[in-house]
Design a protein around this ligand. Sequence first.
Ligand SMILES: CC(C)(COP(=O)(O)OP(=O)(O)OC[C@H]1O[C@@H](n2cnc3c(N)ncnc32)[C@H](O)[C@@H]1OP(=O)(O)O)[C@@H](O)C(=O)NCCC(=O)NCCS
Length: 191
Amino acid sequence: MSIFLETNRLTLRRFTDADEDNLVELDSDPEVMRFLSGGKPTPREEIRGRVLPVLFGYYERFEGFGFWAAEEKATGRFLGWFHFRPGKNAPRDGEIEIGYRLRRSAWGKGYATEGSRALIRKGFTELGVERVVAETMTVNLGSRRVMEKVGLRLIRTFHRDGLDAIEGFEHGVVEYALARADWERELRGVR
Ligand SMILES: CC(C)(COP(=O)(O)OP(=O)(O)OC[C@H]1O[C@@H](n2cnc3c(N)ncnc32)[C@H](O)[C@@H]1OP(=O)(O)O)[C@@H](O)C(=O)NCCC(=O)NCCS
């Protein structure tokens, strides 16, 4: 197993072909997919033919960035994933987009916050990241709360085409960000 990062309760590791079932199951829960696809599951053929190859592509193209499978240390159970990647929503050098998707049984335990904090710390201290950004539907309050808890701040609300299958799309999308200097300043404040 190729471990990328460990926190108190989580192991973040690379995805492999053996994760096909994990991803199919994760995306089969309409509650998990509520603000992503309007609740529609991702078909197995798409996981196998498109999703997994995209994930593997990150490992080839980037050192230290991409999608990481999250396991609960205590049980070894697959919980979902985090991404921490250069991407279409983070086009500038040194800018990395963070995101997360966890199975419903794992919600409300602080896991998304714990994994995100660790990724942000690693990004700013070891990987040369200058700015972390994130996006979610305006109405995805759980996701926004995680962004806020890990120190990201609201930058803007905007509208994007093609999201009208998602409940609350009329309220648009929110963009959050955290610059390295602000992260360092907040850390100093905490001490
Ligand atoms: C978003 C998600 C990753 C959060 O994971 P999690 O491990 O439950 O998050 P945490 O426990 O670290 O923190 C969640 C916070 O949001 C709050 N929250 C959750 N749902 C909420 C809601 N509907 N309204 C307001 N706050 C909410 C929780 O109370 C908690 O805040 P608190 O610690 O101040 O009480 C998880 O719900 C998920 O995977 N959702 C489906 C996929 C998704 O939408 N991903 C984001 C796409 S951008």
